[in-house]
Design a protein around this ligand. Sequence first.
Ligand code: GLC
Length: 573
Amino acid sequence: MARGPLPTEGPWWQGTVGYEIYVRSFADSDGDGIGDLPGVRSRLPYLADLGVDVIWLTPFYPSPQADHGYDVADYLGVEPRYGDLDDLAGLIDDAHELGLRVVIDLVPNHTSDQHPWFLDARQGRDAEHRGYYVWRDPGPDGGPPNNWVSHFGGPAWTLDEASGQYFMHLFLPEQPDLNWASAAVRAEFETILDTWFGRGVDGVRIDVAHSLVEDPQFRDNPRLSEPLPADADPNLLFDRFTHVHDIDQPGVLDIYRDWHQLAAQHDALLLGEVFLLDADKLARYVAGDALHAAFCFDTLKVAWDADAIRDTLAPYVRASGDALAWPLSSHDDPHAATRFGGGKIGARRALAYLTLLCGLPGSPYLFQGDELGLSDGRLPPGVAEDPIAVRNPGAVGRDGCRTPMLWAPGEGFGFTTGTPWLPFGDDRHDDQTVAAQLGDPGSQLERTRDLLAARRRLPVLTDGSPTEWVLDEGPVVAIERGGEVLVALHVGDGEGDARLVLPEGARLAFGTDPGVVLIDDELLLPEDSAAIVELEPDEPDLSAALDAEDRALIDAVDDARIAAVERGTEDAA
Ligand code: GLC
């Protein structure tokens, strides 16, 4: 059954919960080992039940798959391995019936080298689409025109022998950068956006939204230190420069201001992958009439440390309010559970961290498998698929977080009846699957569902109400929203449970585990747990009206709970 929209007077995306689907690894409907759109469609009821509002589909366009779809050969089509336009239309219809919104991935920084525009551009300096890409003559030494490097290793320039010019690519040579100084490129993308919005998609996640425009003079980036060996991890090589000329150029916001008008005609969302780990820089992208929202990637970087979490996230909230999306994990980074220690402890922390993200203004984003508490799949050597790993010996790559989803026990884990394109990992078990966790109240899946339901019940968490960081120090990160709801995360300091004294009448709306209890006015938070508390619940606390006998009974239950918590058992629920 369809759920209603969130109780907000703002735009439909305000306060929504997002869920990233890495299409290739989500659900395979035809046994070829590759996830596809009919597979996604069949799992929509699961996602609606989980309580997410928005699904973001990674690129499903025709593509040679050099970067698994982030190399687009046709912006308006569907890769046959993933299905066709009818499959997508059916998916969108079903999603809307279920009350889900559909956001697709738009990749405007670069195309595939197999895109007809680039195939034509390579025909020579006078080709019709030559100006769609960034071409430069060699530098004075005959090498690349400047010192820019690719995110994926090596220089950001490849020589086109036929014309004697270099083309630019901030990613693979198979992903030539588009030239956004070209009015024709701008017009193409307005048509592309208009077409997709007309087809019913509710918004776009804009890939590398901080790129697109580069310094018109193509000046060298300042180098921070001596170069690393050429085979060093490409991320390290990239970080050896201050990227003042190749990314985050002021002109990029003009593009989004144009798109903003277009999106407004369709009530569609512009959500940017703005990878700038700086609150003020990021805020520029969501100020005024540019993007509606942008991901804050520091959520994926911050250490499991209360001071770090407070100090890192608070400036973003101050600068951008609720125009932010908070990823718990993504297809480019390790799962939160991996980052926070792996296994059971990692999963426990990931849920506690998600609880905090659910308390922040804006939109938390889960990545598939987060709701199961999954860590990255442990892959044997020699199976790498990610071009970062394949082309840079020694680089770890992003395959671990992209291993296929675990739906059901047995070979293929309900993901495929064939051979998965990427192994599941040798640390995968039947009891991690959706089927095994469904209906088990203590499972990560059911706890995640309870969390999202609790968030949805509390309008102050989704309506853009002000955020106050209430504790300046100590192992508990706590925020208050609109003075009505407290969200607290205890990252642990080896000292055991934290106790927070709350106003009388406060009510526990959600705790990550049974050890989280609110007794009278004291909230008990075990290490690595989190809670959502209503500070002024609407309904009167019925226990006030109980007679003495009932009260004594409740006290006895409370005592038993405290004893259980102190013993560290889990049977206190
Ligand atoms: C973004 C995507 C990533 C892709 C890159 C190039 O960062 O999230 O997966 O490889 O852009 O398109």
